[in-house]
Design a protein around this ligand. Structure first.
Ligand SMILES: [Cu+2]
Length: 144
């Protein structure tokens, strides 16, 4: 990186300048929210959840359809022993629900159109996603 490029990177008014020497680096506008592979990584702290909707005081419900996304409140917080009800807009055939990780109480839901109620008996972070649509992701943070 030459001196001019270095100085340019210091100026906040042109912060959009790519300061990396790596021409293949990922653009800053790309997020992991639509990356199904990212959603499948693990059930630990969730990269695509910036905020968790606090549902610790009420029964949590999620409308399970195309609009499910972190920016629409698909990252929620509940307490140990609470339930989350996934209410399909159409059916689980249209949007197969996958809970990430062998320790996830969400499991898999690939049939039917009735609400699917999941109880969370232990604390942790539990990601979920649609098996068809990469943009449909969310997570449940379970606290003591
Ligand atoms: Cu879907």
């Amino acid at each position: 990186m030459n001196r001019f490029a270095f100085l340019a990177c210091l100026l906040p008014t042109i912060a959009l300048v790519n300061c990396s020497d790596d021409e293949t680096s990922t653009p800053a506008t790309q997020t992991d929210a639509g990356n199904k592979d990212a959603a499948k990584k693990d059930s630990g702290p969730v990269d695509y959840c910036d905020d968790y909707v606090d549902d610790t005081a009420k029964a949590a419900e999620l409308a399970w359809g195309f609009n499910i996304a972190p920016e629409n409140g698909s990252c929620i917080k509940i307490k140990v022993g609470q339930t989350v009800t996934f209410k399909p807009d159409s059916s689980f055939e249209d949007h197969p629900l996958i809970g990430v990780g062998s320790d996830s109480p969400i499991g898999q839901m690939g049939t039917g159109s009735d609400p699917y109620v999941v109880t969370f008996p232990a604390a942790g972070f539990f990601k979920f996603h649609c098996d068809i649509h990469a943009s449909m992701v969310g997570a449940v943070q379970v606290v003591e």
